[in-house]
Design a protein around this ligand. Structure first.
Ligand SMILES: [Fe+2]
Length: 312
């Protein structure tokens, strides 16, 4: 889909960014929406300092991401993540991003461990949710998924819509992918890390990621970025979109990286999914054309460069 077409679709669509923590939506900006990234400085395993966060923001914007959710781990082994500080930390980072004139909107979120979520009170869960709006939670796939359906049911009973982060990384799901089907049928949204689609052929993670895309169970792509270019770079979202296109068709792959994640962070009704187009050959990192396809994908997302006098 050409950039102009997508821009027009956004302008006419119901995708909006209502009240919540994050900078206001800037009309005319359209691109990838990354609902899973560790960009806040110095509190989890993302960038160590503000400079690292700004480098990551530049890389994200350069790859075609226009909105990115800061999702630090809410987990016992990251004691510096304090739920009541996250809104202020996001605002501070957004200000720094504005100062640097990087065209990227930051939204508050978290990646919650199930253990943390089941222990949290209603207000803590609201603060952990996308935009602190109390509608949508990103839940990390636990290392042991034995009781996951029951635990997610508990959260859903509190009226949260759940997005499950990177189920393709679970060894239990890898050995029995059908365990995921009841979850997706119950309305749990499966988020696949786009980078997983470019892992070596034969990788169990890549196999499950591809299976979830091909069968239509995966509804969202994200970067799960931890830096600009280091382990799991934020650019992995844009890099993985061509691979997803080869699995499900370009329209659906773009939908998984734009309209779907935008609806999740806005707490809106999910947009109608485009038809699955399966059966094409999947590229790999060794594919000499992959970099070209990835670059073309990014170019399609790049809008007009912000001027020095713009609100960014
Ligand atoms: Fe993560």
């Amino acid at each position: 889909m050409a950039f102009a077409d997508r821009d027009r679709r956004y302008a006419n669509s119901a995708i909006r960014f209502p009240a919540g923590v994050g900078a206001p939506f800037i009309p005319g900006m359209a691109g990838y929406v990354d609902i899973h990234a560790h960009i806040l400085p110095g509190i989890d395993d993302g960038p160590e300092d503000l400079e690292g966060s700004l480098s990551m923001a530049r890389a994200a914007a350069g790859s075609g991401i226009t909105t990115l959710v800061a999702t630090p781990h809410l987990r016992a082994d990251f004691p510096n993540v304090h739920i009541h500080e996250l809104a202020d930390r996001c605002r501070a980072l957004q200000k720094a991003i504005h100062r640097e004139q990087i065209p990227l909107r930051i939204v508050s979120g978290t990646e919650v461990a199930l253990v943390w979520a089941l222990d949290a009170d209603d207000e803590e869960l609201r603060l952990a949710s996308y935009g602190q709006r109390g509608t949508d939670l990103l839940v990390e796939t636990p290392s042991d998924v034995t009781m996951i359906d029951r635990h997610l049911y508990t959260l859903r009973a509190k009226r949260f819509r759940i997005t499950l982060a990177h189920p393709e990384r679970s060894r239990q799901f890898q050995s029995d992918p059908e365990r995921l089907r009841p979850l997706s049928e119950q309305g749990v949204l499966l988020e696949v890390n786009a980078e997983a689609l470019l892992f070596p052929r034969g990788s169990a993670t890549r196999k499950l990621a591809e299976h979830l895309c091909r069968t239509g169970q995966a509804l969202v792509l994200a970067s799960d970025g931890h830096g600009a270019a280091s382990r799991r770079p934020v650019t992995g979202l844009a890099d993985g979109v061509p691979a997803a296109s080869a699995l499900v068709g370009e329209t659906r792959a773009e939908w998984m990286a734009t309209a779907m994640p935008a609806a999740i962070i806005a707490g809106e009704t999910l947009p109608e999914p485009p038809e699955l187009e399966t059966g094409r050959q999947v590229p790999s990192r060794s594919d000499p054309f992959h970099k070209v396809k990835s670059k073309l994908s990014r170019l399609r997302c790049e809008g007009p460069k912000p001027s020095r006098s713009s609100s960014f």
